[in-house]
Design a protein around this ligand. Structure first.
Ligand code: GLC
Length: 651
């Protein structure tokens, strides 16, 4: 869009641009800058326009983008152009991801490189390698307390190792996802150290206060994120003799985005990792980026403006790179992280579908899909060119982030129901086989979350310990049922490392002082490669899981209607144990797949009348695309075996 004020400023910026920049071939850069500048200017002005140094900061912003464009390799520049042309590339069902800690998976980055064929064997072609940046030995929050944003933790490898890994991944067509911890730094980061020494420039990078007055104003409306280990939202720093905002742990200092220098630093870091070959950047804790007295300091409008501005700037320098929003917030809020536009994602193209994740766990505990169906009904429709990241487990705890209203509509009392789910997964409910561990218990609010690996939460650990074959089979079926949903729901399925072979809770964290109070370490495993080898031995748990998930992935990739074009229709039936939705081709609606999941331990019946409308009158025979079998239909009633899913298509 041509707009005079912003373009006058752009011309002034370009006139003053340093000769070492203007001498370069910047044709594509300038085209994109011109196309995006109105947006960039408007956002930058909205956030920082009141400052005296606004023009100088705007100059710096453009130069930062230009410098990083110059450093971007020709290969990556070509990839940008290819992806601009094929702009829906990431909505294809061909992508299946896995998140992993490289040290836990394979020791280090070189180890990971030597194990890339494992992912290809399974069909995984997108890796989210959990934080790899330099962080303190103990106080690291699993890598999310970064002390140097441009260096790799020496225990994991070097920049060169990452370079080799990313080249090898590109050759094998595996996408690389890296974390950008936008919201905070470690207190051992150089900026924090300088702030601590009294440097006002760097004190301005954080929220630092001489006394408790302002902190108390903030805290009166801010929730606590880690109430057990890090109560409150501010920490007294003895050396500095001041209070610093620390929303997460006391060693994670929140960055102050009211300062444009912080914004430009973090943009530079994002572009740095884009240039290292990352295809996707996972933006950590994005809901927290803006703090305002009197608010919960999450999901603030300015947090969205910052993300929009980051996206616009990346569209100029590295348009092929996608963002994942890690915003574990209420459904009506999470949807906003795609950006509020008619069609295109203006903030992050991908967002964690924490609602779906928590709802699936609810269905596991209740053995019915009442709340799951209700919760998905309330999930707002997302933009067309944006997609969900669907997952069952990740490195974090499970929060029961669904709505009280939905719980009530599903027929439960919200408080009792939440308590039941927590009791169920932490094993205090008598009939439960789950081996979860409470996390983040807040005695003031009664809130709590759940840690534990998929296998332990679903009852596989219990069943194996008891040698109960039937319970083992049920646990395996449940694990596959959940995977079938993330593979078919619409969006990018993100598996969690170890789940494909039934990895159980790892209690070693209890012996390490820095970890023992954080139960999330129970599900950040070190892969047992002898166990993984059993995936080749028929009859073993590992074989049953790995081969079934592998098959599921291979089939997903062949089902065109599993591409994510908002082409899902939720179906209500009279049977509460069933979760049912249809996927269809938006251009050819008769091309459709009906997904049915039975969460119960008994076979369940579906009156075909309930799905007739969706099937638009077709009455051909049905086949399950996963098993290749025709399901049992008796007297116009479809029977779904216990803990079973169907991907049904008409033949
Ligand atoms: C994100 C990470 C989590 C971390 C937090 C603070 O939510 O997923 O592991 O503790 O951010 O960085």
């Amino acid at each position: 869009m041509y707009e005079q004020v912003s373009h006058t400023l752009l011309n002034e910026i370009l006139n003053q641009i340093k000769p070492e920049i203007s001498r370069q071939d910047l044709r594509h850069f300038y085209t994109r800058l011109g196309a995006n500048f109105y947006g960039i200017y408007s956002l930058f002005e909205k956030l920082y326009g009141q400052r005296d140094d606004f023009d100088a900061q705007a100059q710096k912003l453009v130069e930062t983008m230009a410098r990083k464009y110059i450093k971007r390799s020709d290969k990556l520049k070509q990839l940008d152009i290819d992806r601009e042309k094929d702009y829906n590339w990431f909505l294809s069902p061909k992508w299946v991801g896995m998140a992993l800690y490289s040290d836990g998976f394979s020791g280090d980055l070189n180890g990971l490189k030597s194990r890339l064929s494992y992912f290809q064997e399974l069909g995984v072609n997108l890796l989210h390698i959990m934080p790899i940046l330099r962080c303190p030995q103990g106080a690291s929050d699993g890598g999310y307390a970064v002390s140097d944003f441009r260096q790799i933790d020496s225990r994991i490898g070097t920049l060169e190792d990452l370079h080799h890994l990313s080249e090898e991944m590109q050759d094998r067509e595996i996408l690389l996802t890296l974390d950008i911890v936008l919201n905070h730094t470690s207190d051992e980061h150089e900026w924090a150290k300088k702030a601590r020494m009294g440097d006002p420039v760097y004190q301005d990078y954080y929220y630092i206060f001489k006394n408790r007055n302002v902190p108390e104003m903030f805290e009166s409306s801010m929730p606590e994120i880690f109430p057990e280990t890090a109560p409150g939202n501010f920490t007294w720093d003895n050396e500095m003799g001041q209070w610093v905002m620390t929303v997460f742990h006391n060693y994670q200092w929140d960055l102050n985005y009211t300062n444009p220098a912080v914004f430009i630093e973090m943009l530079d870091i994002i572009l740095f990792w884009a240039n290292q070959g990352a295809d996707i950047l996972r933006l950590d804790a994005v809901a927290f980026l803006w703090k305002k007295i009197g608010s919960v300091c999450q999901n603030e409008r300015e947090a969205h403006l910052i993300l929009q501005l980051l996206k616009d700037c990346c569209q100029v320098t590295c348009p092929g790179v996608l963002f994942i929003a890690e915003a574990i917030v209420a459904p009506v809020e999470v949807i906003k992280y795609f950006g509020e536009d008619a069609i295109i994602a203006k903030e992050c193209e991908i967002a964690y579908n924490a609602t779906f994740m928590a709802l699936m766990w609810d269905a596991v505990a209740t053995k019915n899909a009442k709340l799951l169906t209700q919760g998905i009904k309330s999930l707002p429709v997302k933009l067309d060119r944006a997609t969900w990241l669907n997952y069952i487990r990740c490195h974090d705890d499970i929060g029961l982030g669904f709505d009280d209203l939905d719980i009530a509509l599903a027929g439960y009392d919200p408080a009792n129901h939440r308590k039941f789910i927590l009791d169920y997964f932490t094993g205090t409910y008598q009939e439960s086989h789950a081996r979860g561990i409470p996390f983040g218990q807040n005695d003031k609010t009664g809130d709590a979350r759940i840690s534990g690996s998929l296998a332990s939460l679903i009852g596989l650990q219990y069943a194996v310990e008891l040698g109960d074959e039937e319970a083992i089979d049920n646990a395996i079926q449940s694990i596959l049922l959940l995977h079938s949903l993330i593979c078919s729901f619409g969006g990018l399925p993100l598996l969690y490392y170890g789940d494909e072979i039934g990895t159980m809770n790892d209690t070693n964290y209890l012996n390490e002082p820095e970890k023992q109070n954080d139960s999330r370490w129970a599900h950040r495993p070190t892969i047992d490669w002898e166990k993984a080898e059993r995936r080749h031995i028929p009859g073993t748990v590992e074989f049953k899981l790995f081969s079934a998930i592998k098959r599921m992935i291979a089939i997903r990739k062949e089902i065109d209607v599993f591409a994510d074009f908002n082409n899902r229709e939720l179906i209500d039936s009279d049977n509460p144990h069933l979760f049912i939705f249809g996927r269809y081709n938006i251009v050819k609606p008769t091309e459709q797949v009906l997904v049915i999941a039975n969460f119960d331990l008994k076979p369940q019946a579906l009156d075909m009348q309930d799905v007739q409308e969706w099937a638009r009158g077709h009455r051909g025979d049905l086949v399950d695309l996963y098993s290749g079998q025709q399901p049992d239909i008796y007297d116009n009633t479809l029977v779904i075996p216990p803990l079973t899913f169907y991907w049904l298509q008409e033949i």
